[in-house]
Design a protein around this ligand. Structure first.
Ligand code: IPE
Ligand code: IPE
Ligand code: MG
Length: 249
């Protein structure tokens, strides 16, 4: 049976978050420069978006550029920003055709104006689509996001909108970039690195983590299906005991 047929369609995670890592090492293995790896990574993005649509995932968040990535060599940062613009503009018709809605999270104002413009245009063009929501994390870091939320909540308290001890999880959530997006149930990181690299710290509080040795440009539909199958074989206890979840055991 093919991998996709083994997936229980009733238990597909509604939100998958992916740290797309290993482009540079992949390129180096081919004797190419790092930027070649980023270009090849776009094919994996296309495959994953398609695969998510096929199994009914509702949201996929792709970590495309972190706050810390601004510290990379200028040529690489410039190439990544150019790639972002060209990819978004080239892929928008295809996103529309596939009924995919594009969104973005992060400190978007820090992106080059051309990049932000292209992004906003594509977000607006695809805003009415009702299938998969593709969320790009750009110039994103979780500590930046949480800090911004704390500052805004502090202002609300200062302005008398609420008392400090009235702050709830819901308030925090409402000030995150992901306020209208459910938390991911599954987080995938490629390239054999086992860390979170400042990604969705709050939102991943109870996510299942899946790590693969594959570099991002080698990641394809079946790799996503394998991750989903692995996820489906886990017991998510949320602090309870196994017996509480399946009392007949
Ligand atoms: C992930 O691949 C893409 C970005 C961070 C933009 P890397 O560029 O981190 O590739 P490695 O980890 O150096 O191989
Ligand atoms: C995380 O990958 C960021 C993205 C995938 C965009 P990095 O390659 O930048 O993370 P570290 O440096 O290995 O933690
Ligand atoms: Mg990396």
């Amino acid at each position: 049976m093919s991998l996709i047929d083994q997936i229980d369609k009733q238990k597909v995670p509604q939100h998958i978050a992916i740290i797309m890592d290993g482009n540079g090492r992949w390129a180096k293995q081919q004797g190419e420069n790092r930027i070649y790896g980023h270009y090849e990574g776009v094919n994996s993005v296309r495959a994953v978006v398609e695969a998510c649509g096929e199994v009914g995932v509702k949201y996929v968040t792709l970590y495309a550029f972190s706050t810390e990535n601004w510290n990379r060599p200028k040529e690489e940062v410039d190439a990544l920003m150019e790639l972002l613009v060209s990819t978004i503009s080239a892929e928008t018709p295809e996103l529309n055709k596939k009924n995919v809605r594009l969104q973005a999270i992060g400190n978007l104002e820090s992106l080059p104006p051309a990049c932000l413009e292209e992004l906003n245009e594509s977000i607006s063009i695809t805003s009415k689509n009702t299938g998969l929501t593709l969320v790009l994390a750009l110039s994103y870091s979780s500590k930046w996001e949480l800090l911004t939320a704390v500052q805004q909540i502090a202002k609300d308290v200062q302005n008398g909108l609420m008392q400090a001890d009235e702050i709830t999880e819901k308030h925090v959530q409402n000030y995150l970039c992901t306020k209208n997006i459910p938390d991911p149930e599954l987080m995938i990181r490629t390239s054999g690195e086992h860390r979170i690299s400042n990604f969705l710290l709050w939102q991943l509080a109870y996510a299942e983590f899946y790590f693969t040795e594959k570099f991002w440009p080698d990641f394809r539909k079946n790799d996503l299906f394998e991750a989903i199958l692995n996820y489906q074989n886990r017991e998510r206890r949320f602090g309870k005991t196994s017996e509480q979840l399946t009392p007949s055991k």
